[in-house]
Write a protein that binds this ligand. Structure first.
Ligand code: ATP
Length: 604
């Protein structure tokens, strides 16, 4: 079963209608809530809103961008204290306090992101845990600034000189919650959101479509921390008293649970997660021991039954309803041909020149002093036995690996050591020996990622849904849809890539590469895992790509396709070039026959 279901036209409208009614009902309930609830529940709702903001912030870096950190409570604390000190000690207004909180938490995020691009997974978690500990120490020990363990008292919360009633506090915090939700929605429903998910899913592929992973991790952590800073500032002003023990390990685990239970990397996950994690224990207030047991038990069951969280589970049934609007009712779209991706024939005869390329891994020379040229508009195959150094060679050309010596010149420019996210902008696209798709993005999103280098709208444009954003998003999705049509995959647009067959996944990678509008397309074993019919289809597609002027550099073991469609072949063995020429020339070369068939080379 596909992870995402196709919901087209009327069905989407029907679901959207119900979802909109639900959202409106929720909005009115929240607006009317203070008039229906007593003081206890009002306070409960206010804390719930603050924690939702906190959880949204945390989810941006951990859920969407995949950086598991355990310092959210510390960042929340820094936001709260920065705001409290600005308001109380410096006698500044609340909004200035919030601004200072955002700056302070932003700075902390930079501290975390310094190692974040080098370390991942549990190493990053450990580093962030260290930051949690350091912040705890500072809050406790720097008494002259934070009042230490005794806690910090704030004056009554006022905005523009007006002291806020409990009702007013509720509405102010609710206002900020809506603001943060709209901000998150705008960000996530843009290429920025998809970029974060791509970085989480596969950094190599993300770099291959033009994403600078390091910068995106820094940006994600910065945004995440600043949102948490807003929550911290609201918490301090609302509580009128803060102390270090609030911002400890327990709160970090609480936040982690809210996103896991709600659904990591989802828009409504944090809100649902916080609500569940806060409400369930309320039913057991009379019996604290039972409360802990039931709560713990429910957590175990929920994470087992719904590994993707509550929203993840719901999404499986409803699909990504609103994302279909650009590709609905496109069956009458004009027929498309590869001509759309035609590359100008202007420029030097050789699109790529590889000179003395060498890669050593310790004592092993995987590629040694390799020279070859690729003529513009040809299919050039790089073949050789297993372990000959083919992938290492294309990794050096596309920037995934850096050569020990030698250079690669692409259309007259030295691209040696150029990172993939830069070389893709020069016109080099590639596919991978083992497919690298973004598993948490739909098929069409994966292809649209190929065209991300052409987006020009800013982050502000994304958040405010500028006209430019809407226009570019629409064009990008139509473009992605066309690429899928060329691969015969348009009916799979709304599926999860993991639900496609091996052959379809290979084609999906090619569709993504085509969407980059490349001048050179590097295909690493495109036929691996394909049956004969699929190989024949793929060979037709590659010929069409070549016929519109896109140069193809192909690594392939499947000799029928190599001999059938290559214009030129370079053969390597043990990292050295042993032969080159047309398929006819190479197939009779004694060194090639020896490398492939073990035939002896007879001396002339
Ligand atoms: N990161 C690495 N560290 C150490 N050795 C490596 C590394 N990458 C590749 N090698 C070695 O370099 C040699 C060439 O590997 P490479 O993957 O380029 O070969 P290949 O021709 O693509 O093989 P195949 O057709 O099996 O994919 C192999 O001996 C491999 O073990």
């Amino acid at each position: 079963m596909p992870k995402f279901l196709i919901k087209t036209g009327p069905l989407r409208k029907k679901y959207s209608l119900w979802f909109n009614i639900l959202k409106l009902a929720l909005l009115f309930t929240c607006l009317a809530f203070p008039f229906m609830a007593g003081n206890y529940f009002l306070r409960f709702a206010i804390i719930l809103f603050i924690y939702i903001i906190l959880s949204i912030g945390y989810d941006i870096s951990s859920g969407y961008c995949g950086m598991l950190t355990l310092s959210a409570a510390a960042i929340f604390g820094v936001g709260a204290y920065a705001s409290a000190i600005t308001i109380t000690t410096l006698k500044m207004p609340f909004l200035v306090g919030m601004l200072v909180a955002m700056v302070a938490t932003g700075l902390i995020s930079l501290l975390i992101s310094l190692p974040a691009h080098k370390v991942k997974g549990h190493y990053l978690a450990m580093i962030s845990l260290g930051i949690l500990e350091v912040v705890q120490r500072i809050l406790n020990e720097w008494s002259s600034l934070t009042q230490g363990a005794a806690g910090f008292f704030l004056p009554k919360w006022s905005i523009f000189g007006m002291e806020l009633s409990n009702y007013a506090k509720y509405y102010v915090i609710f206002f900020f919650l809506i603001l943060i939700m709209l901000f998150e929605w705008g960000l996530i429903k843009s290429h920025w959101g998809r970029d974060f998910i791509a970085v989480k899913d596969d950094e190599v592929a993300a770099s291959g479509v033009g994403i600078n992973n390091r910068n995106f991790k820094i940006i994600a952590l910065l945004i995440s921390s600043m949102v948490i800073g807003v929550a911290g500032s609201l918490y301090a002003s609302y509580s009128e008293f803060i102390s270090p023990d609030t911002f400890g390990f327990y709160l970090t685990i609480f936040i982690l649970l809210t996103v896991v239970i709600g659904g990591t990397g989802t828009l409504s996950g944090p809100a649902i997660g916080v609500t569940v994690v806060m409400i369930i224990p309320e039913f057991f207030n009379a019996s604290p021991d039972l409360k802990q047991i039931v709560f713990g038990g429910l957590l175990i069951i929920l994470t087992q039954v719904m590994p993707d969280g509550i929203v993840g589970k719901i999404k499986k049934h409803f699909g990504a309803i609103e994302d279909n609007r650009h590709i609905e009712n496109l069956s009458d779209r004009m027929p498309i041909s590869f001509e759309k991706y035609k590359v100008s024939a202007d420029g030097p005869e050789n699109i790529l020149e590889v000179k003395n390329l060498t890669r050593r891994f310790g004592g092993l020379t995987a590629v040694g002093n390799l020279d070859f040229e690729i003529k513009r508009g040809t299919v050039h195959s790089l073949i050789g036995p297993n372990g000959a150094g083919k992938t290492t060679t294309v990794n050096m050309i596309t920037g995934i690996d850096k050569p020990s010596e030698g250079s690669a010149i692409f259309i007259g420019e030295d691209i040696t050591g150029m990172e993939p996210f830069v070389s893709v902008k020069r016109g080099i696209a590639r596919t991978y020996q083992h497919v690298r798709l973004f598993k948490d993005l739909r098929v069409i999103d994966n292809v649209a990622m190929g065209g991300r280098i052409y987006y020009t709208y800013s982050m502000a444009g994304a958040i405010f849904h500028s006209r430019k954003k809407r226009q570019e998003e629409k064009e990008a999705y139509l473009e992605a849809y066309d690429c899928l049509r060329l691969m015969g995959l348009d009916s799979k647009s709304n599926f999860a890539p993991g639900s496609l067959s091996a052959g379809q996944q290979k084609l999906l990678e090619i569709a993504r590469a085509l969407c980059e509008r490349p001048k050179l397309m590097v295909l690493d074993e495109p036929c691996a895992g394909l049956n004969e019919t699929e190989v024949a289809e793929l060979s037709e597609i590659i010929k069409k790509i070549r016929d519109v002027g896109i140069t193809v550099l192909m690594i392939e073991h499947h000799m029928s396709i190599v001999m059938g469609i290559s214009d030129y072949i370079t053969v390597i063995d043990y990292g050295k070039k042993i032969a080159e020429g047309t398929p006819a020339e190479v197939s009779v070369d004694p060194l090639v026959r020896k490398a492939y068939l073990g035939e002896e080379v007879t001396a002339c």
